[in-house]
Design a protein around this ligand. Structure first.
Ligand code: 3HC
Length: 285
């Protein structure tokens, strides 16, 4: 069985681990605190239970998937023998660099490195490692089990053979790869999406329309699956805010800054622009 390591057990990390284990990989998830690992396992168990209850998965298969998932605080244990490492830690450049400095102590020379960054420079992270040619972006979307697309991003020194490996890995987990040939801020999707979300949030602050009016327009009349304010809450307002701080292309609205200061980060904290404490908000038509 092929071993892969996922670093960071948050919303993206546990989703990536889940879909990889479903596809037959032996997956090692590493985080810095047991409580994040416990939460990840709890979320994965819920998804498996739901799939079994709906008749979409046999109970034995769910058990096999769980057997293929390992959770650890130990970097060495997670990395040794892995053919691919996918980093999904918070969007802080120095943190990502620090993680890869540790990873390369234990990784075999054949091992590929990938970052799930939303838009930070692949090249800058790759250049601190001993293998920039084996380094790529593998950018998943939230919720990982549902969203088909994965961007496979080429850094300045990424070899074509690495992109080929990334594309085949994405296909092997049943997802759809799109190769991003240039390492630009936000890649293809977030380059379009994040300014759109940030501008909609700015419009709320300016009184262009209420959040409900903007969301209802984009959701019911423009036929997007979610409105931009709801989607901002869903993705995490901190991700938009820090994206805005680090990318030149995103305006950072004052109203967003206030939300960050109040720690109202969206779905994950139970409140953002909407109240998520009882589940997804109802957007009036
Ligand atoms: N995890 C797992 N499954 C989930 C889920 C989650 N977080 N949220 C919803 N689902 C499942 C539901 O269980 C349901 O499954 P079922 O059909 O087996 O019952 C299915 O998705 C549909 O859910 P709902 O009927 O409750 O609601 P919707 O039809 O509105 O679908 C949605 C939910 C798929 C989240 C849809 O609203 C959507 O596509 N929203 C936009 C998501 C999006 O754009 N994501 C990308 C964000 S950007 C990003 O991640 C990049 C980062 O770098 C910022």
């Amino acid at each position: 069985m092929k071993k892969i390591a996922v670093l960071g057990a948050g919303a993206m990390g546990h989703g990536i681990a889940y879909v990889s284990a479903l596809a037959g990989y032996d997956v090692w998830v590493r985080d810095i605190d047991q409580k994040f690992l416990d939460k990840a396992l709890e979320n994965i168990k819920k998804m498996l239970e739901k799939a079994v209850a709906k008749g979409k998965m046999k109970e034995e298969k769910a058990k096999e998937v769980l057997d293929r998932l390992h959770f650890t605080l130990d970097m060495k244990e997670a990395i040794e023998g892995a053919e691919l490492v996918i980093e999904a830690v918070p969007e802080i450049m120095d943190l990502k660099k620090k993680v890869f400095e540790e990873v390369q102590k234990y990784a075999s020379p054949e091992c590929y490195f990938a970052t799930n960054t939303s838009g930070l420079s692949i090249t800058e992270i790759a250049n601190i490692t001993d293998r920039p040619e084996k380094f790529m972006g593998l950018h998943f979307f939230n919720p990982v089990p549902i969203m088909q697309l994965v961007e496979v991003i080429k850094g300045e020194k990424t070899a074509d053979s690495t992109i080929e490996y990334g594309v085949n890995f994405v296909k092997s987990i049943g997802k759809t790869p799109v190769v991003v040939k240039k390492d630009v801020e936000g890649f293809i999707v977030n380059r379009c999406l994040v300014p759109y979300l940030a501008l909609a949030i700015d419009d709320v602050g300016r009184g262009v329309a209420t959040k409900e009016e903007i969301d209802a327009t984009m959701k019911y009349k423009y036929a997007f699956p979610m409105g931009p304010i709801e989607l901002g809450d869903f993705v995490g307002l901190d991700i938009l805010y820090y994206g805005g701080e680090q990318w030149s292309l995103v305006p950072n609205a004052d109203i967003l800054k206030e939300k960050i200061e109040k720690k109202e980060l969206g779905m994950k904290t139970g409140r953002g622009f909407y109240d998520w404490s009882k589940g997804r908000p109802e957007i009036p038509k």
